[in-house]
Design a protein around this ligand. Structure first.
Ligand SMILES: Nc1ncnc2c1ncn2[C@@H]1O[C@H](COP(=O)(O)OP(=O)(O)OP(=O)(O)O)[C@@H](O)[C@H]1O
Ligand SMILES: [Mg+2]
Ligand SMILES: [Zn+2]
Length: 432
């Protein structure tokens, strides 16, 4: 601990009359040792008098570039640390002033301050050395220890930064987990919905195939009945007529056989017509031999021959290759049912059939100028008939959609079935 002469005086006073040379040398040695020890400390250590002025201090003030000990003695702590401070409200000054007050009242004070002028963080401790009232003004009243805690502050700050970063990372991670969880929940919900839809469509498919089987059975029964009731009976009648003619000829009565033969020929014509219409309603060979477009043209011709009172206009703007194999039967059966409905219900004079490709759709249209569905259909007939229902079910099963509406001018009926084609399905012909 150094001071220019006060130290010597204090030592002398403290030792009193012990003036023997040996004692003085021992004291000088002890003093040197003590000063060396205090100078080696890293903290700034100062003795302050009753008015807060510096009496003694260690050499740390030189290491901190505050000035030489001789220069700074007699200053107060603020002037020591901030020699050229011009701040109106200096934080260090304020803190020192209130620390000095609490030192006087409580005997001790400490504070920490981040000092911009010194570019250091300081920990200041003031402790009163002599309890009771302040003695003589120049006597040491308190010791001040000023420690440089910049490294501690920086470490604390770094720790804070790391903590904040960690917190924000944890938050981001938590958010990401929450997002993933939400996505997972959505995925589960989506799958459940998809499973339900799958179950539903399986059930529908089962119902449809049951319907299909019973429809096939009904169709077979109908054909059997038609063959038996109409053609069978007609052929029986013709056989009977021919036998009768043979008898008459044997009896030498050819003129009598004449009208019977004529009736038999007419019946034969009827039976042939009947067979033609039954065959037409079955799957025609042309569907297998050629393709759907040709089968549509063929059926239109057959239909026109069967119903000479109806004028049929046919526009098939596609070739067989335009219609995918999977749609061939659907197109053909739909046309059959629609034209049969026109013949059965419409009382029309004209009917137009068109089959075309527009973009990625295959479109079948049958338009008549008859009485219209509204006029012809009682709700009972709509319920009992299977044709229209079969049409729309068949369309849906093959990726299509059917609409049955009044004709464009409000007259007659327009049926339109659109099938969605997959990319590259059926080739787009130049004829289309
Ligand atoms: N082109 C049309 N013009 C007028 N009415 C029609 C036409 N097509 C269908 N309808 C009416 O719609 C009803 C239902 O037709 P749908 O084909 O379902 O039954 P159906 O022809 O009576 O019986 P099925 O087809 O089972 O032999 C018909 O009874 C008819 O009244
Ligand atoms: Mg019908
Ligand atoms: Zn200051």
């Amino acid at each position: 601990m150094n001071s220019d002469n006060a130290g010597e005086a204090t030592a002398d006073t403290a030792v009193g009359t012990a003036n023997a040379p040996g004692v003085r040398a021992a004291i000088a040695r002890a003093k040197l040792e003590w000063e060396g020890t205090v100078d080696a400390l890293p903290d700034l250590i100062c003795l302050l008098d009753a008015s807060g002025h510096l009496l003694r201090m260690n050499r740390v003030c030189e290491r901190w570039n505050l000035g030489s000990i001789a220069e700074v003695l007699g200053r107060d702590l603020h002037r020591l640390l901030h020699n050229r401070c011009a701040a109106e409200r200096c934080q260090l000054h304020e803190s020192l002033r209130s620390a000095w007050l609490s030192l006087r009242e409580e005997g001790t004070a400490e504070f920490e301050v981040r000092d911009a002028l010194l570019e250091r963080a300081l920990h200041v401790t003031l402790r009163r050395m002599t309890p009771g009232t302040a003695g003589v003004a120049s006597e040491p009243l308190a010791v001040a220890v000023v420690a440089d805690v910049t490294a501690l502050h920086l470490a604390r700050e770094a720790l804070n930064t790391i903590n904040l970063e960690l917190e924000s990372r944890v938050r981001a991670r938590t958010d990401a987990l929450a997002d993933a969880n939400r996505d997972l929940q959505n995925e589960i919900a989506r799958r459940e919905t998809a499973e339900q839809a799958l179950r539903r469509s399986r059930n529908e498919l089962a119902a449809l195939s049951r319907q299909l089987i019973s429809a096939q059975e009904m169709e077979r029964k109908r054909i059997a009945r038609e063959l038996h009731d109409s053609v069978g009976q007609q052929l029986g009648a013709i056989k009977y007529s021919l036998e009768r003619c043979a008898e008459l000829l044997q009896q030498g009565r050819p003129p009598d056989s004449q009208p019977i033969l004529q009736r038999a020929v007419a019946s034969l014509q009827e039976a042939m017509d009947e067979i033609r219409s039954i065959a037409m309603n079955l799957r025609p060979a042309v569907l297998d031999d050629l393709g759907a477009a040709s089968a549509v043209s063929w059926f239109c011709r057959e239909f026109a021959q069967s119903y000479p009172s109806l004028t049929l206009r046919e526009t098939v703007a596609v070739v067989d290759a335009d219609i995918p194999e999977r749609l061939a039967t659907a197109v053909f059966r739909s046309l059959q049912e629609l034209l049969n409905n026109v013949a059965k219900h419409a009382q029309a004079q004209n009917v137009a059939v068109s089959l075309a490709r527009t973009g990625d759709q295959l479109v079948l249209e049958v338009t008549d100028d008859g009485v219209g569905v509204e006029a012809s259909a009682s709700s009972a007939s709509m319920r009992s008939g299977r044709g229209v229902r079969n049409l729309s079910e068949r369309a849906e099963m093959t990726g299509g959609q059917m609409r049955l509406t009044a004709g464009a001018t409000g007259v007659g009926t327009q049926a339109r079935i659109e099938w969605q084609l997959a990319a590259g399905e059926g080739r787009k012909s130049d004829a289309a």
